[in-house]
Design a protein around this ligand. Structure first.
Ligand code: MEV
Length: 342
């Protein structure tokens, strides 16, 4: 069992330009979609990272783009808010596949808010978690603070589940979500991108309409029971039970229309070498998460690759978003592909 590092709870310190920030990706094990409606969720920060460097400038730019509010919805939202970001030349590079349900936008907003907080004299982590959620939610219009909290906290987390001390609570003014830590059993996970980009806001709206049907409360109750059992199974390090519950959660996600034929093909491909697997994130495209049987990680990667997916063997990233020494090699190197969240 790996204990959590004390850095995870540290406030963002004050810093001067240039500022460099590293933010992990996230992966949801149980409870996506249901968490939007106040139900429990279990998720982890994973060791794929976005790096953001902020340098002084006379105007805001992102990877050389001079009008980034036009192409990046999160910067557009930040610029339209009451406290726009200062004029900075932002450069990002990322190993988190975009539009894959692995938190590329949560990592981007958390890195941006961390840079801003450092330049403004520092900020507590609970306040950073709230700000990152406000920005992501403001841009997407829907969603829960699960993703941004995982990126800010690092480690393994529950939202609205489990006992023990609260790490923080995040609100949208109507609902309040409570975030707690769970000890990490240090298992290896496999995430695999289907290659089908997903649209979180559209999928959240579609699933929310499904959950507004007369049987919605019963479905949400089933999501709750699976997520709570999943938290218990993970806490007791019961791998086969976690695997079984991943499968049950996938059945529910299928029932509310969040799956996709490409995801189902990946799930079928990995089944023989895994304890269990399910889609992760909003679904309707995006990625799966699998818990490989001990010693069968490589076989699972091969199975994913043969089925046309892109596999990433990942572990829990114990540290949430944090300042790093300026990686000189990164300055001036534009990000591959479009900006995060685009
Ligand atoms: C998206 O990664 C997870 C959802 O539950 C939406 C959210 O919680 O914001 C589908």
């Amino acid at each position: 069992m790996i204990g959590r590092p004390s850095e995870a709870e540290e406030a963002v310190p004050a810093a001067q330009l240039p500022v460099s920030v590293r933010a992990p990706a996230k992966c949801i094990l149980f409870g996506e979609h249901a968490v939007v409606h106040g139900q429990p969720e279990l998720l982890l920060a994973i060791d794929l990272y976005t790096l953001l460097v902020a340098q002084g400038s006379t105007r805001l730019s992102l990877n050389g783009e001079e009008d980034p509010g036009r192409t990046n919805p999160y910067l557009r939202r930040a610029l339209e808010s009451g406290s726009p970001p200062p004029p900075l030349a932002l450069t990002t590079t990322s190993r988190i596949p975009r539009g894959a349900g692995l938190g590329s936008s949560a990592a981007f907003v958390a890195a941006l808010e961390t840079a801003r907080a450092a330049l403004e004299g520092g900020l507590s982590r609970p306040a950073l978690a709230q700000r990152a959620f406000d920005l992501e939610r403001g841009a997407q219009g829907v969603g829960s603070p699960g993703d941004t909290s995982a990126v800010v906290a690092g480690g393994l987390l529950t939202v609205n589940a489990g006992a023990g001390p609260e790490l923080w609570a995040v609100t949208d003014g109507t609902q309040r979500w409570v975030v707690r830590r769970v000890p990490d059993p240090a298992w290896s996970w496999l995430v695999a991108y289907s290659g089908v980009p997903r649209d979180t806001a559209r999928t959240v709206r579609a699933v929310s309409s499904r959950l507004a049907a007369p049987d919605g409360p019963r479905l949400l109750e089933r999501f709750r029971a699976v997520a709570e059992a999943g938290v218990d199974a993970l806490r007791s390090e019961n791998r086969s039970e976690v695997g079984r519950l991943l499968g049950q959660n996938q059945e529910l996600l299928r029932e509310v229309g969040a799956s996709h034929p490409r995801l189902e093909a990946l799930l079928e491909a990995v089944a023989p070498s895994c304890e269990g697997a399910k889609l992760t994130g909003a679904g309707a495209g995006g990625s799966i998460v699998a818990l490989p049987l001990p010693g069968r990680e490589l076989e699972t990667i091969r199975r994913v690759t043969r089925a046309g997916g892109s596999a990433y063997a990942v572990r829990v990233a114990p540290r949430g978003v944090h300042l790093v020494d300026r990686p000189a090699s990164m300055v001036g190197i534009p990000s591959e592909g479009p900006p995060p969240g685009a």
